[in-house]
Design a protein around this ligand. Structure first.
Ligand code: NAD
Length: 248
């Protein structure tokens, strides 16, 4: 029996990069997957790939900063696939510019997408998880929580998500809902390649493996936490980072 057989997952930002690989991996592990995020074409492509492999999936467009859109997407996934037991808070955007130049709107947007997005998506699924007595909430942080980042607003948002993870974990572990974070090192995704070439090379040099990670390696950590192997993990920050930092 596949480890996630009978489970329903929502992955935010499922149209590309880590989110796409995670949606495909959770489906391969037996979950039905709600692919939620921006870009109908990309989300449809992922859902169609899951269906073509014999899995169940729904693509639902929602900006995670839009409460009504997140609730509507969650309702649709629940109606079409079943009650949601696994949430992966993955949607994210990079931060731009040196701190001294950052406009308030850009600061606010980065915090909104990462932190408020996780707030909306988590509140949308948590009541059903508590009622079922089982849930897994996995939020994507970053190695930036230990190392800092060229973007202050990005590192600030990711550090906030660690506080979110640990605090929520304390509140709901007794209800069977396990809340954890995954904090990747540099991963080959559109977000990484949006950087200047010099910054990309600088990042590559920080990885002891001598190469960037690939989205499937991050998806493996997420699938681990969602599956039976993750049953003892509560409020943890798992870091598939290739050796950039040794958090402990
Ligand atoms: P990506 O750009 O491929 O994926 C981000 C996804 O989030 C996209 O599909 C995008 O459409 C979606 N998204 C953006 N804003 C959204 C919104 N308002 N509502 C809904 N969806 C939205 O990049 P990625 O690297 O796969 O990033 C995934 C997560 O991993 C992000 O949280 C990112 O911060 C984190 N991360 C990435 C790296 C890396 O090196 N690539 C390292 C550490 C953490």
């Amino acid at each position: 029996m596949p480890p996630l057989d009978g489970r329903v997952a929502i992955v935010t930002g499922a149209g590309s990069g880590i989110g796409r690989a995670t949606a495909l991996r959770l489906a391969a592990d037996g979950a039905a997957v709600g692919c939620v995020g921006l870009g109908a074409g990309a989300l449809d492509e992922v859902a169609t790939a899951i269906q073509a492999s014999g899995g169940r999936a729904v693509a639902a467009v929602a900006d995670v900063t839009d409460r009504n859109a997140v609730e509507a997407a969650t309702a649709r996934v629940t109606r079409e696939l079943g009650s949601v037991g696994i949430l992966v808070n993955n949607a994210g955007i990079p931060g731009e510019g040196r701190f001294i130049d950052v406009r308030f709107e850009d600061w606010q947007r980065v915090l909104d997408v990462h932190v408020t997005g996780a707030f909306h998506a988590t509140q949308a699924v948590l009541p059903a998880m508590i009622e079922a007595g089982w849930g897994r909430i996995i939020t994507i942080a970053s190695e930036a929580v230990w190392l800092g980042h060229t973007s202050v607003q990005y590192a600030t948002a990711k550090a906030a998500l660690v506080g979110f993870t640990r605090s929520l974990a304390r509140q709901v572990a007794g209800s069977g809902v396990l809340v954890n974070a995954v904090a990747p090192g540099p991963v080959e995704t559109p977000m990484l390649f949006a950087n200047e070439p010099a910054e990309i090379e600088r990042e590559r040099a920080t990885v002891l493996l001598g190469r960037f990670l690939v989205p499937e390696e991050i998806a493996a950590s997420i699938a681990f936490l969602a599956g039976p192997g993750g049953d003892a993990y509560v409020g943890q920050v798992l870091s598939p980072n290739g050796g950039t930092v040794f958090p402990g």
